[in-house]
Each structure stands twice: as structure tokens, then as C-alpha cells.
Design a protein around this ligand. Structure first.
Ligand SMILES: NC(=O)c1ccc[n+]([C@@H]2O[C@H](COP(=O)([O-])OP(=O)(O)OC[C@H]3O[C@@H](n4cnc5c(N)ncnc54)[C@H](O)[C@@H]3O)[C@@H](O)[C@H]2O)c1
Length: 451
């Protein structure tokens, strides 16, 4: 098991930090176990966490970030707001300008928590490695486009860092297996991996799932999950961009980077439904197509998938991004004794009996859930019981991949196939900024092969 270097570093570099193990022991709390009990982290592991992995509340946890776009800024704000004694010390992005502008805006709001010097801002495809090599960094926030995620998580775990990794965890079966190995290694060595599936920590979701699982409206028969929105950004190619510069800039539209809408966005609903069902589906049968996307986009406009679960339970899932069409991003669960409504974002979750009477309801607060992820992560590190939830989100991400493959190929796809046999690996070999990428291609059911 690798020795954690950060404690000794903190002991020498921060004179105000007491360096006795007894103080660390004194400050260990039971907060992590109680947070997990109150959350949707079913089956999530807590790493064995030897004493050397814990950090007391008086020791600063140093954060590095990889990917300083929209969510990177959001995740940092969440962590710096909810956690005391944390500070940002290193940043990487393909474009260093984004690090500089995020550092400026964060420094205005969190002057005592932003300590990134110019030499700790890294750019390019290899910049993330400098963050991982940085001995000052304890915790890495990973908010790049999803295609890089499995390899970045695995390297961060190998480097002994604690990780916050946005969803989805992977966009293909090869990435899934990288995540599973990284999960096991994190558990074994005692480092945390928390993932960006905030609904697992949203109190109305947590409470509703508890009530459904307790049988308050009978047995689950079926559910619908929808992520129907009005559209998504498109970032046009700028003169002089290489293929890699362009596709990583306009990443949403290339399947190796985003996994299409079903992985990138709708994985939130799929994850909630995996939590509801308590298992991965047996098979998926799907459909969809592309008719409004810009010319070189590989994304489909819509995907619909029927997922079959054990016990003859069915999940009817759909996602789409269609301008001017109706928006709907909630889930409905049909049970033998009533119906549960699980709306997205800040909507009110409800249990309704068979006569239509609301028997329970609770409003959502997604902002609090976003922050809770970062609190649980830091608390778990401080308690010496790092949370490792990567497998759970990798499973949900692979359920999304399974649905995409069913729709793209027009074939019935089983969990056994996608999790054990599929050889699909979308990540380009030997990627450099000058790698020539294949022409974008839109999947065509009946012609697109199931690999
Ligand atoms: N949990 C949520 O509700 C939620 C919300 C929004 C986004 N997200 C997720 O967050 C991630 C980022 O989304 P976003 O909206 O911030 O995208 P974005 O395009 O705004 O930002 C991504 C940033 O990552 C950088 N980047 C890409 N590849 C990189 C690499 N290899 N090394 C270093 N930097 C790299 C880009 O230059 C860009 O600045 C996605 O996985 C997305 O699904 C989650």
C-alpha cells in the first residue's frame, strides 16, 4: 500500500498544523457513515483507509482541477463553499486561458481558498499529468469531457490522489473496465472516488427511494425515465484547428468524447433508475435517429430504450434534444399500490395512491445536493474512510452505453454482452494534438455493427 505523502508535506509546509497522530484520531468523526446512510449510496464502498489516509479538520486539503469549463467552475464553487480548510492549488485545461479566468473569478469570491501560482497552471493534452504529479495536490476534481474520464481517473488513483469525477464515468465498455480496476485499486489503497451523480444525495430523491424500497406503494412494476430537452450547444470549427483541437472543443457532438446525450446527460435518470431497481438491467432494445443536428455531429436527436429488469420489471426510457419540443426530465415509477413521481432538479417528489391521493411529497434542492457530494468526499477523507463509489456510476454509465448500442445497431443488447464480451474502445490510439481522426459518422441501425 503506498504511503500517503501529503501528511508529511503538510506537517512541514504548514507550521500552524499540529502534526500528532493523536490529534488526527481525536478529530475523526462519524459524519461519513451517517451521510452515507442518509444518501443513495447503496452498495458503495468505503476504502479500508488506514490511519495514514486521514486528514484532520485542521489540515488543509489541497485541490487540483482538470477541466476548467462550466462544470469545473461549478464543482469548485461547490467544494470551496461547503468545505472549510480546503484550497485550490493547481489547474489544468486544454486551454490555459480558461484556468486563468476561472482562477480570477474564484479568487474574488474565495480569496483565502485560491492559492494557484502561475507555474501551477498547465495546458495541453498532457497538462493533467502535471496536476497528478504535483505532490501538493491531495484531491483532484475531474471535469473534462467524458471521453477522457476513465484514463484520467485511473491515473489519478495510480498517483494516490483522492478524486471527484463528474459523470458519466465512461462512454464505452473499454472505459468501463478501466473504471472497475480503478475502483478496486482505490478501495485497496484507501483513496476516495466520488462521482457527479448528485441525485443520489438529493434529499427528496433519497427519501422517496427509501419509501419505495420499504414497499409504501407496493412492488415496482415499471417506470418511465425521460430526459427531453430543447437542444444543446454546438461550437464551430475555428480556422487552423487540428482534428483533435476541434473535436475536443466541440466535444458534445463526437461519441468518443461525449457518449451521445444518453451517456452525457441522461445518465442522471438512468442512474436513478438503477438505484430504484437495485440492479443492472438484463437487456435493452432501442431506437432513435438524427434529423436536426449540425452536419458533422455524430449525436442522435433522440434515443428510446426499453430496459428489461429481473422480476418482469420494465423501464421505458427516452431522451431527446429538440428545439421547441416539450421539455420533460422526470421519472415516474408504477407500483402495485400507486405511483411515484420523481421530477428533475428542484421539483416536488410525490407518492400517490391508486385513488390519486398524494400520500407523501417533498421538494427538491439540487444546489444542496451538488454541494453535498463535495462535503461527503472531504469528510470521508478526513475521517480516514474514503468513499469509493466509482463502480456504481460506471455501472450506470454502461447501462447508458448499452441503450445507445441497442439503438445505434438495432439489436437487442444484453448486460452480459456489454459488460463482459464487448470489445468496443472508442478512445483514439496514441492520441496527440495532431492525430488525424476518422471522418465523423452517424450510426445507422442495421448497418452499424455491435462490437
Ligand atoms: N453533474 C451535473 O449535473 C453536470 C452538469 C454539467 C456538466 N457535467 C459534466 O461535467 C463535464 C464537463 O462538462 P462542462 O459542461 O463543464 O463542459 P465544458 O466544455 O464547459 O468544459 C470542459 C473543459 O474541459 C477541458 N478539457 C477537455 N478535455 C481535456 C483534457 N484532456 N485535459 C484537460 N482539459 C480538458 C476543456 O477545454 C473545457 O474547458 C462533463 O462530463 C459533463 O457531463 C455534469
Amino acid at each position: 500500500m503506498p504511503a500517503r505523502r501529503s501528511l508529511s508535506r503538510m506537517e512541514t509546509s504548514s507550521p500552524s498544523v499540529p502534526n500528532t497522530a493523536s490529534r488526527r484520531e481525536f478529530l475523526r468523526t462519524g459524519s461519513v457513515a451517517s451521510a452515507m446512510a442518509a444518501s443513495g449510496l447503496v452498495g458503495v464502498q468505503q476504502a479500508s483507509g488506514e490511519e495514514t489516509t486521514s486528514k484532520s479538520a485542521l489540515e488543509t486539503i489541497n485541490i487540483g482541477i482538470i477541466g476548467t469549463g462550466g462544470r469545473g467552475g461549478g464543482a469548485l464553487k461547490d467544494s470551496l463553499t461547503i468545505n472549510s480548510n480546503v484550497r485550490l492549488v493547481a489547474m489544468a485545461d486544454l486551454n490555459a486561458g480558461k484556468c486563468h479566468s476561472l482562477r480570477r473569478s474564484l479568487a474574488r469570491r474565495f480569496s483565502d481558498k485560491v492559492a494557484v501560482t502561475d507555474d501551477k497552471i498547465y495546458d495541453g493534452l498532457e497538462g493533467y499529468r502535471r496536476v497528478l504529479e504535483d505532490k501538493d495536490v491531495d484531491l483532484v476534481i475531474q471535469t473534462t469531457s467524458p471521453g477522457f474520464r476513465p484514463r484520467h481517473i485511473a491515473e489519478a488513483v495510480d498517483a494516490g490522489k483522492h478524486v471527484f469525477a463528474e459523470k458519466p464515468s465512461c462512454v464505452d465498455p473499454a472505459g468501463y473496465h478501466i473504471c472497475l480496476a480503478a475502483h478496486d485499486k482505490a478501495v485497496e489503497q484507501g483513496t476516495a472516488v466520488v462521482t457527479g451523480t448528485q441525485y443520489r444525495r438529493q434529499t427528496n430523491y433519497v427519501e422517496l427511494m427509501k419509501r419505495i424500497h420499504a414497499g409504501e406503494i407496493g412492488d415496482v412494476v415499471s417506470a418511465t425515465a425521460r430526459y427531453c430537452s430543447n437542444g444543446i450547444w454546438y461550437r464551430g470549427r475555428q480556422p487552423g484547428m487540428t482534428d483533435v483541437e476541434y473535436q475536443t472543443y466541440n466535444w458534445m457532438h463526437f461519441v468518443w468524447l461525449s457518449g451521445d446525450q444518453i451517456c452525457e446527460q441522461a445518465v442522471h435518470n438512468i442512474d436513478a433508475m438503477a438505484w430504484l431497481m437495485g440492479e443492472n438491467p438484463i437487456s435493452a432494445f432501442g431506437s432513435g435517429g438524427q434529423f436536426t443536428r449540425p452536419q458533422d455531429s455524430e449525436m442522435w436527436d433522440n434515443v428510446s430504450v426499453d430496459y428489461e429488469f429481473s422480476g418482469n420489471r420494465l423501464l421505458s426510457f427516452m431522451c431527446r434534444q429538440l428545439p421547441r419540443a416539450a421539455s420533460e426530465s422526470g421519472n415516474v415509477v408504477y407500483c402495485t399500490g400507486g405511483v411515484a413521481h420523481i421530477p428533475s432538479v428542484n421539483g416536488t417528489a410525490q407518492l400517490v395512491d391508486r385513488e390519486g391521493k398524494t400520500i407523501w411529497s417533498m421538494k427538491g434542492n439540487i444546489g444542496a445536493a451538488y454541494q453535498q457530494e463535495h462535503k461527503d468526499l472531504v469528510d470521508s477523507i478526513r475521517a480516514g474512510k474514503p468513499i469509493v463509489e466509482l463502480k456504481q456510476t460506471a455501472d450506470s454509465s454502461l447501462i447508458a452505453v448499452m441503450g445507445r448500442l441497442a439503438a445505434y445497431t438495432g439489436q437487442k443488447v444484453t448486460w452480459d454482452f456489454v459488460s463482459k464480451e464487448s470489445k468496443l474502445d472508442l478512445f483514439p490510439k496514441d492520441l496527440t494534438v495532431d492525430t488525424k481522426l476518422p471522418e465523423p459518422a452517424v450510426a445507422a441501425p442495421g448497418r452499424t455493427k455491435l462490437i
